[in-house]
Design a protein around this ligand. Sequence first.
Ligand code: UTP
Ligand code: MN
Length: 496
Amino acid sequence: MLPFPIKRRRKEAAVAIDPGAPHVVFPDICIFLVERRMGAARRGFLTSLAQRKGFSVAQEYSGAVTHVVSEQNSFTDVLSWIERKTGKPMQSAEDQMSPHILDISWFTESMSSGKPVPVEATHRLGILGSQVSKDKDALSTVAPYACQRRTPLTHHNSEITEALEILGKAAAFQGSEVRNLAFSRAASVLKSLPSKLQSAEEARNLVWCGGHCQAVIQEILEDGVCHEVEALKICEQYQCMELLTGIFGVGVRTAERWYKDGVRKLRDLENPNIKLTADQRAGIEHYTDLKQPVTLQEARHVERLITDALHRFVPDLEITMTGGFRRGKQQGHDVDFLITHPSEESLNGVLKKAVDWMDSQGLLLYHHTKVRSRVLAQRRSTHMDGHETCYAIFALPSLDSMRCEAGAPGAHTWRAVRVDLVVTPYEEYPFALLGWTGSKHFERELRRYSWHEKNLSLNSHGLYDTQKNCSIPATSEEEIFALLGLDYVPPPYRNA
Ligand code: UTP
Ligand code: MN
C-alpha cells in the first residue's frame, strides 16, 4: 500500500476577529457572516480568511452590508435572526437583491477564486420551505446508474466532485478499482444534481454517497476543503504517479513499477536500464505540448486536416469528431475521430493511405496503428480487414501565423497534439459512436448496466446476447438506448 496520509479531521481553533483595518481590495462588497449555527470560532476563522484576501467583513449587521452569508439556515431563519439582533425589520429583502442572502457556497467559491464570484441562483437561500422539500425528493430519486441520468458539463457541486475525483485517482494509483469506482460513482451522482448540496444531511438521501464519501462531502461543506485531498495533492508519490501516468503510453502499472525503481522526474527515464515503448518515447519527447489542453479551435483545425487527407482517397468518407468535444467540452487531452463508409471496400486501407500522405506532408510527429483484434473480426460474418485505430501525435501547424513569423529563428511553427483515428464498419458505427463519445464513467456504467440489468454485453463493436450467442443490431445511438430499456441521453448529458 502506498503511504498516502491518513485522513485527520482538524478542528479549527478560534481565531479572534482582527480589530485592525485590513487592506480592502473589493470596496463594493461588505460581507456579514451569520453566527447562528456557524458558531463564534468558525465565524472568526472565516472573517480572518476573508480579510486576508481583501474582503471587507462587517462585525455588526448594518445597511452597508451587501452580502449576508450563512450556513445551514433557511432564508427565513436568517431574516428573523437579523431582525431579532437589530430590532428592526430588514429592508427590501424580498427581492433578495439588496443585500444578497447567501449560502456559504458563495463565500467558499469567492475565497478559492481570490475575488467575489457573481451571485447565482444556486448561491441564494430558497425563500420557501417547499423548495427545500422538493429538492429533497429530487435527491432521494437519483437513479443508480449514470446512464439512467442526465449529467451536464457544468454543474453545481464542482468543489466536492473535484475532491472525490482526486481520491478516486489515488485509489486507482493504489490499484483499487473498487474504491476508484466508489469515488467516481459519488462524484457522478453529485454532477447530476439540479442544485448545490446544502448540507451533509442532504447527501444521506443520495445513492452511492455514504461512508467515506459522506465524510468528504461534510468536510467540504463545513470547512471548504477536505484535508485528505489537500494532503494528497502535496504527497510525493501521488504527484509522481500523476506525472508518470500523464505520459502518452504509460498506465498505472508501468508508473508504479518505475516509481518503485526510483523514477521521480521525466529525466530519470533517460536511464538506459529503463526500457521504453515507442509510444512512451514519443510521449516523453512531446510531454510539455501534450500536457497543454487541446482547444476546440485546434480540434476543428485537426478535423480539417484529416478530412482533407482522407477525402483525397475516398471523397465521401464519413468523419465524426467524438470524445469530450462531442459532449460539448471546449478543451480536451486529445481529439478523437470515427471514420466510416457504407461500403467496406472503401474503408479497406484508407487509413493507412491517409496517414502515409499526412506523414509525407510533415503533419505527423508519431503514429502507431493497431489492427482490429482477430476475435472481434471473427464475430462478424464479413471479411473486412480494415478496422484499424491510429494513435497519432500531430504536428499541428500554428493557428497564430503572426506569432510564427515574429518567432525566433528555429522556433516551432507547430504544436504536438494527440489524435485518435478509428475506422469502423458501417453497421458497427452506432456502437463505436456511443463507445467513443464517453465519458469514461458513463461508458463504464452503460456496460455494467447492460450486463447486470439486461444480461447483454455491450462494447464499441456491438451488443451481444451471450446466452443466445447472437449480436443485436442497431442503426443509431437512440436505438441502442431503446434496446437497453433506457431513456435516450444526448451527448451533452453524458458528462458523468
Ligand atoms: P478519451 O480518453 O479521449 O476521453 O476517450 P475524453 O472524454 O475525450 O476526454 P478528453 O477530453 O480527451 O480529456 C474518449 C472515449 O473513448 C473511449 C473512452 O472510453 C472514452 O469513453 N476509448 C478511449 C476507447 O473506447 N478506447 C480507447 O482506446 C480509448
Ligand atoms: Mn478525447
